[in-house]
Ligand binder design. Structure first.
Ligand SMILES: CC(C)(COP(=O)(O)OP(=O)(O)OC[C@H]1O[C@@H](n2cnc3c(N)ncnc32)[C@H](O)[C@@H]1OP(=O)(O)O)[C@@H](O)C(=O)NCCC(=O)NCCS
Length: 142
């Protein structure tokens, strides 16, 4: 299993199959994809993807921030540590790029994943318009 840089288009299949099931939008292209860092785990194929956008959190504008989006693990492999490994690798890369914090708009179904890995829930919950799903922001100071 290797942690690798991906092209944005390499993330589309997992974004579609994991993050765009029953959602309001079916688009797998995110604003800023061309400038983002896309990291994945690869063995026979791409089994986990994540995308990192240099973007300050609106409520922490003084800190250099990177937003994690599109975190998705091959469904058959969920719960086997891939997401943890990818998240740790991404945080390490963002720290090397000068991040003072990393943050995400997390699905409530994934909140435990983040809060068990150094993130704190930040602010009130909301329904994300592109998915129609309940979310909270999560933040990790580096
Ligand atoms: C959330 C997700 C990225 C976690 O990656 P993973 O490889 O399954 O997780 P790991 O095996 O490293 O860690 C397990 C933890 O992930 C969480 N988790 C496991 N399966 C999950 C699932 N299907 N959906 C949400 N969270 C899950 C649990 O909190 C679990 O906690 P535990 O360690 O106390 O048991 C992955 O399950 C996934 O792609 N889920 C669907 C898409 C999603 O919710 N993405 C995040 C959007 S913000």
């Amino acid at each position: 299993m290797r942690l690798v840089d991906l092209a944005a288009s390499d993330t589309h299949d997992l974004r579609r199959r994991v993050l765009r099931v029953g959602t309001v939008t079916t688009s797998v292209v995110f604003d800023g994809d061309d400038e983002a860092v896309h990291l994945g785990l690869v063995d026979d194929g791409v089994v986990a993807v994540s995308s990192w956008f240099e973007r300050r959190h609106p409520d922490r504008p003084a800190l250099t921030g990177f937003q994690l989006r599109g975190m998705a693990v091959e469904p058959e492999r969920a719960g086997s540590g891939l997401g943890s490994r990818l998240l740790a690798g991404g945080v390490e890369r963002m720290a090397a790029l000068g991040a003072e914090l990393v943050w995400a708009r997390a699905r409530d179904t994934a909140l435990t994943f983040y809060t068990s890995r150094g993130f704190e829930v930040f602010g009130e919950g909301y329904v994300d318009l592109s998915t129609g799903l309940p979310h909270h922001d999560v933040i990790r100071l580096l």
